[in-house]
Ligand binder design. Structure first.
Ligand SMILES: [Zn+2]
Length: 842
């Protein structure tokens, strides 16, 4: 819907006034405006109910003053107090989320617009004694009037007027702090130029710790009240930031591009982290880990920190021109995070960890009916949130590794350095990058990028091998089953592994067309099995031939090389998903392999498979039949595990899977302390999730268990969360129904991770039958959730709802909904299809 308007008698070709920031509006403004600056002042009251009076002054250069100018401000009319242009009060039109400045008040050259307004609350995340902004991708304009598009970078001067007991962190360094009459005025230094979506401040009651690393002072703001827990984690958190900075400076040959780096740890933060300039926000629980944290969680934390730090160069300093290329900053951050954390984790098998962190999630989306290209078109910025997902976060980094392999590491690095230097503090597109890389490579990089970046789907590769009369291999070939929609085949490097009784032969192979012959395999002895995805960057469905599949079910767990073992399990799991292996067979292989598995990353992966088979494939009778064997194996492994991470991993799977009375009783003992688990102290957060699992399984005791847990919970944020999710755990259907109804009110969806947890408990497999009725209204709610919630929320919400279901009825409800809504928004439909993939394939 667009509304056009005509100002005065001379109708010029104008960008129509419509909600959001259309591509046309962004292009028009980018062509007219330069040298942009914002002066901002917010008066933050000490109650979250009171309005926030604020002022902004924009200064900029205008190349043409012949047309009116749209300033973005997505708020109600009463939030706009006054508009002054060049110091004179003007009657500005205000509708469709834009303040329209008539052309007659503008001038070619330097302009100044000053606006008094009430800041919009939508993206201010206001809590009782703290608040924070979260403005990606197009939400800066809900807080203050601005040009909300990534390619109008600006310098910012921010001042915050706050209650005297509050602290605040912003993009610039604190320049001045003045106290008067119970209030505090904080003034932050002018920043380097950056895009609106990375503007941020957090203000409120925070604890602070400041530390120096390599001459750089960094401050951590946090809310966690367990000081011992903070103390255990703080040094590592500072170290990891410093290591990430050092790595990126060395790789890019560009010093840290902004003036300072602080970080704010927020309970219930919507994402793992967000890369605001000099002011990274994290979900507190992702950085402050429990004593029992697994190696995987520690690696996850290091990756997260390196990811957000890498963004300072990739995304913050060089920014996409438009959000259709948002994937590029994400792929860079993930790609370089994976490279950068290696020095901090010498004991980790990094190829394996890359493989397990990327391909499984990427496949789960790319094989589904909701698959889409990495680069997607975007007509209006307000749709940008729906671009994000596993295709961007998990597939694109694999593709980037393939690109690096295609070019060679050194040429790739030189290309990246030139790209950063050329576009520093500005904007660039994927095609700009390809242009730079092409000049460093003999290969046709733009041709290569078509199938991988601009088309959906994953390659499907079959292995053909034949044995000659001499009993040796006479032929080995990899066949791509079907090309991408354009008819192109995916070009990729992979490794074929041939298994023999006491050795493995690895053969690197580059796939370029439909059939790739592997002549070096000719003459080798007959292998026991052939795996063609034996590299951390292999991408696709590498179908196991029937001999290798049969061998794999019995023997993949005993392959000596951990990377190859990980790759083998991925291949076998794809066969489960695609129906070539029965769930019972797959489960048996996992149960046989678990006691042998010594690599924590593979172990975690196998434990994940256990949960998937039990909850997403088995019906309750099958589950009951397998329960005893699974539970006693896990208890044994838990008792005998030598490392605390292993114990924690087994314990958490056990609490997730237990269904027999015997095991549930033991868990209850672990929870109330009557049966301590030796070597595994349980943190408050772990006790809360255990209490929730117990409440689901012991309906008669649910109330007592949750009341007691609430009473013992010290941390106020965790207590609030537990109070919130409690009705979702109730044995009383009416209470659960009322909880679900309450989610229809956006105000009750404010803390999204709580809603996701609540929706998960509501649809827990032990109650799946009674929860069928929530599926359809959840799907109906999605469009509204997308409008009112943050960018990952629609997918997380529908995943939480559907994950508990595996029945035919549940699948039919999803199918029927999609049938009846042929015009359901395309990208949202993709998210539903991704979340429902296993359900629909089963
Ligand atoms: Zn990111």
């Amino acid at each position: 819907m667009s509304m056009s308007f005509v100002m005065g008698q001379k109708a010029r070709k104008q960008v129509p006034l419509e909600p959001g920031v259309s591509l046309a509006l962004a292009e028009e403004r980018a062509a007219r405006i330069s040298d942009l600056e914002y002066d901002l002042l917010f008066n933050l009251p000490d109650s979250k109910q009171l309005p926030i009076p604020a002022k902004v002054t924009l200064r900029f250069n205008l190349f043409s003053a012949k047309e009116p100018l749209q300033l973005d401000f997505r708020e109600e009319p009463d939030h706009l107090k006054s508009v002054r242009v060049q110091g004179k009060s003007v009657p500005a039109e205000f509708r469709e989320g834009h303040i329209l400045i008539p052309a007659r008040y503008l001038r070619k050259g330097q302009n100044e617009i000053a606006v008094e307004f009430i800041a919009g609350d939508l993206s201010l995340n206001r809590n009782e004694d703290y608040m924070y902004t979260l403005l990606v991708p197009d939400r800066a304009s809900t807080v203050f009037p601005c040009f909300d598009q990534p390619d109008l970078k600006a310098r910012y001067r921010l001042a915050l007027d706050v209650p005297s007991g509050w602290a605040a962190s912003a993009n610039g360094a604190l320049e001045e702090e003045r106290l008067s009459e119970g209030r505090k005025r904080l003034r932050f230094k002018e920043t380097k130029p950056f895009s609106t979506y990375v503007f941020a401040f957090a203000a409120g009651k925070f604890q602070k710790r400041t530390q120096s690393r390599a001459g750089r002072e960094m401050t951590m703001y946090y809310r966690e009240t367990d000081e011992a827990k903070v103390a255990r984690n703080a040094d590592t958190i500072f170290d990891l930031h410093a290591q990430a900075i050092a790595w990126l400076e060395a790789y890019t040959q560009i010093p840290f591009p902004f003036d300072k780096l602080d970080f704010v740890l927020l309970p219930g933060f919507q994402y793992g982290g967000m890369e605001h300039i000099g002011n990274i926000f994290y979900r507190e629980g992702s950085l402050i880990l429990d004593e029992t944290a697994t190696e995987n969680q520690k690696l996850g934390r290091a990756r997260l920190i390196a990811h957000e730090t890498a963004h300072m160069w990739f995304g913050d300093m060089v920014t996409m021109k438009w959000f259709n290329d948002v994937w590029l900053k994400e792929v860079f951050a993930n790609f370089f995070a994976a490279k950068a954390v290696n020095p901090s984790f010498p004991k980790i098998n990094h190829d394996l960890s890359f493989l397990l962190a990327h391909q499984p999630t990427a496949y789960s989306e790319d094989r589904s009916g909701g698959s889409h290209p990495i680069q997607q078109p975007l007509e209006n910025l307000r749709e940008a949130g729906s671009l994000y997902g596993g295709i961007i976060y998990q597939k694109a980094p694999v593709v980037m590794r393939q690109l690096e392999a295609l070019m060679g590491e050194e040429a790739f690095r030189k290309g990246i350095q030139e790209y950063l230097k050329t576009f520093a503090y500005g904007n660039a597109t994927w095609d700009d990058l390809v242009g730079v890389l092409d000049s460093y490579s003999e290969e046709d990089i733009s041709g290569w990028s078509l199938a991988w970046v601009k088309e959906p789907g994953m390659p499907e590769i079959r292995t053909e091998w034949e044995i000659g009369p001499d009993g040796r291999l006479s032929r080995l070939a990899l066949v791509q089953e079907k090309p991408a929609p354009s008819g192109r085949y995916w070009i990729q490097s992979t490794v074929v592994a041939l298994a023999y009784p006491d050795t493995i032969v690895h053969i690197p192979v580059r796939l370029e067309s439909e059939v790739t012959e592997v002549p070096t395999a000719k003459g080798l002895p007959r292998p026991l099995a052939v795996l063609s995805n034996a590299s951390s960057m292999s991408y696709g469905y590498f179908q196991l031939d029937s001999i290798s599949l049969a061998y794999g079910l019995l023997r993949f767990g005993s392959i000596a090389d951990p990377l190859l073992r990980g790759a083998a399990w991925l291949a076998l799991y794809e066969e489960l998903v695609r129906g070539r292996v029965a769930p019972q067979e797959f489960l048996q292989s996992v149960l046989d392999a678990l006691p042998l598995e010594t690599e924590p990353l593979n172990r975690q992966n196998l434990l994940g498979y256990l949960s998937t088979v039990c909850w997403r494939y088995f019906e309750s009778a099958q589950r009951e039949k397998a329960a005893h064997e699974i539970e006693s194996l896990l208890w044994n492994l838990l008792t005998n595990a030598q490392d605390i991470g292993g114990k924690a991993a087994f314990f958490s799977t056990l609490s997730n899977l237990s269904i027999t009375a015997e095991s549930i009783n033991r868990l209850k003992g672990a929870w109330d302390g009557s049966v301590p688990v030796p070597g595994l102290p349980l943190s408050e957060a772990q006790k809360i999730s255990l209490a929730a699992e117990l409440a689901l399984r012991l309906p008669d005791e649910a109330d007592a268990i949750l009341s007691r847990q609430l009473e013992y919970t010290q941390n106020p944020d965790r207590r609030k969360r537990l109070e919130f999710i409690r009705p979702a755990l109730s044995p009383d259907t009416a209470v659960r129904d009322a909880f679900f109804e309450s989610l229809k009110n956006p105000a009750n969806r404010a803390t999204e991770p709580w809603v996701v947890d609540g929706a998960g408990y509501l649809n827990h497999p032990v109650r799946a039958g009674a929860a069928l009725k929530y599926i359809r209204p959840s799907l109906e709610l999605l469009e509204e959730i997308q409008r009112t919630g943050d960018i990952f929320f629609p997918r997380q919400f529908i995943t939480a709802v559907l994950n508990g279901h595996q029945s035919r009825e549940a699948a039919e409800i999803v199918r029927e909904f999609l049938r009846e809504h042929p015009n359901f928004p395309y990208r949202l439909r993709n998210k539903v299809l991704m979340a429902a993939d296993l359900l629909l394939k089963k």
